[in-house]
Design a protein around this ligand. Structure first.
Ligand SMILES: C[S@@+](CC[C@H](N)C(=O)[O-])C[C@H]1O[C@@H](n2cnc3c(N)ncnc32)[C@H](O)[C@@H]1O
Length: 322
């Protein structure tokens, strides 16, 4: 592999801009030929990796406009490692520890699922509910990197509104650590969100929480839980290798986590003594799961069900009220 020539020679190297362009082309070609990504995507990724590895490159335009760029030995080594790992299939977001969601940069690493753009529909839907509510609170279950509650918190602030409280949970302690990093990075007062390690609804002391809300509160529960069938042959190989399996797969053909959460949350809501509280549950689902999940909901007695499609026209979010 030609890029290995970047290995340290023991002294600082100065690359002229033309050398940098060669380097960029070389990385792009490797990504196209070894990973099979499109030329446009490979070029973008090459730029992202150069920017990550080389201090003097602070933006994509630096690659085209700066006349001389100093690349130190340690930067060379770092760039080589990044390219090698990318060629093995490691997602670029894990390599640069960053993924954009709803216009903000979130820290990610292999403790959490890489946020997907489809999940923005869930946030949009929750914000619609906020606009109709006089008082509301958020629970996010299976929070991962914390993208959903942190985005909701910041977007409601822009709307001039504030949740009574925001509680988030994940079964994975290490995922919660990532969510806390994002909360610290993005929210001025990071105590605005309470983090709980827990299994679906188990750890919520529902009665205590309900005692904190008013009769007219809308309790908004969001959940993008694992919903992939472990036997589904369509799951991308690199997703399976690199992303946490606890974030991806659920038993019972992918339905277990969602169906269990719906049943336990609904059962708790029926016991609630503050009868005018509105419970809203927003779930991200797999593209072919809407029929089975809604029929399960109807069997429980839940009837106010709405299905929202993603940009590709696939069923993606189920919104229910009870
Ligand atoms: C599909 S990922 C979603 C992460 C994040 N909400 C997002 O949208 O990017 C699912 C998350 O649910 C968590 N999880 C899996 N099983 C769980 C359970 N039984 N209870 C709570 N969280 C769970 C995983 O650890 C993972 O962080």
């Amino acid at each position: 592999m030609h890029i290995l020539e970047l290995r340290p020679s023991g002294e600082k190297k100065i690359k002229t801009i033309s050398k940098l362009k060669e380097l960029r082309n070389e990385i792009t070609n490797l990504l196209v030929t070894k990973l099979g990504v499109s030329n446009d995507l490979a070029t973008l990724e090459a730029d992202i990796l150069l920017q990550k590895a080389i201090n003097e490159i602070s933006s994509r335009t630096d690659i085209y406009t700066k006349s001389d760029i100093v690349i130190t030995d340690s930067e060379s080594r770092f760039l080589t490692t990044l390219v090698e790992e990318r060629l093995l299939g490691k997602p670029i977001s894990y390599l640069i520890n960053e993924k954009e969601f709803y216009g903000r940069k979130f820290f990610v690493d292999d403790r959490v699922l890489i946020p997907r753009p489809e999940t923005e529909h869930l946030v949009d839907e929750a914000l619609q509910l906020v606009k109709q509510a006089s008082s509301f609170c958020f629970f996010d279950i299976g929070t991962g990197s914390g993208i959903i509650p942190i985005t909701l918190f910041l977007e409601t602030k822009i709307l001039g509104n504030k949740p009574l409280f925001t509680i988030v949970s994940d079964i994975s302690y290490s995922a919660l650590e990532v969510a806390k990093i994002n909360s610290k990075n993005l929210i001025d007062d990071s105590n605005s969100i309470e983090f709980i390690q827990g299994d679906l609804f188990d750890y919520y002391y529902f009665d205590d929480i309900i005692s904190l809300v008013n009769e007219d509160t809308t309790v908004i529960v969001t959940a993008n839980l694992p919903y992939i069938d472990i036997l589904d042959p369509r799951t991308d190989h690199f997703v399976k290798v690199y992303e946490p399996s606890q974030a991806l797969f659920s038993p019972d053909r992918g339905y277990f986590s969602i169906n269990t959460l719906v049943a336990s949350f609904y059962a708790e809501s029926l016991k609630c003594i503050k009868k005018s509280i509105r419970f809203k549950l927003l779930l991200e689902i797999g593209a072919n799961q809407a029929d089975e999940i809604t029929s399960n909901m109807k069997n429980l007695g839940i009837n106010k069900i709405k299905i929202i499609k993603d940009y590709s026209g696939l069923d993606r979010i189920i919104s229910v009220e009870f």
